[in-house]
Design a protein. Sequence first.
Length: 202
Amino acid sequence: MGHHTNNLMEQTLLNTLAAGEVTRYHATPGVDSQTVSQHSWGVTMIYTELCRTISQTVCGMGLLHSLTHDNVELFTGDIPFTMKRDNPEIRTMLSVIESTYACKLIEAEVPRSARVKMLLKLADYVEGMWWCASHEHGSVKPIQANYVEGLHRNWATAQQECLFNSNEERWLTEFLRKAILEMSGAEADFATGEPTSAYVNQ
């Protein structure tokens, strides 16, 4: 029994290591391919920088989640997020599949803190925008526009839910505005980051 358990653990580790080699952007002409490992490392570094920007202690669970959040693509492949965004039924089906295969991988739990989850989402979009800007060899404007739209949508949600205080909003707004301008050439249409009296420290 013990030997069988060890074999399962070994396979889980092997699956997780293999997940890092999965190719992203395989269905996106004009953008160089990227591995899940490269993407996850980038998200982790950007998440860490976002935490530093607002003087927040880096959450260990957040770091682990950023490193493992796309491991399930070993089984599903990299499905373009626009496909999931525009087809809720696919998103729902993928959620079920991901839950089914989670036991075959080393994955961190999703952080409970709404602040941490939002910082991870923002880091994910910024990383995608950076990769496209740094590895384009064709017309990728529509892809960049999707990342910019995602950043705007999630940042609007963060402000509506009062996840950050006024200073944090101002710092993050400036970070995101600069990132969008430098990586996509677009002017960000963010709120000014005025004081939010309903801020909840989560």
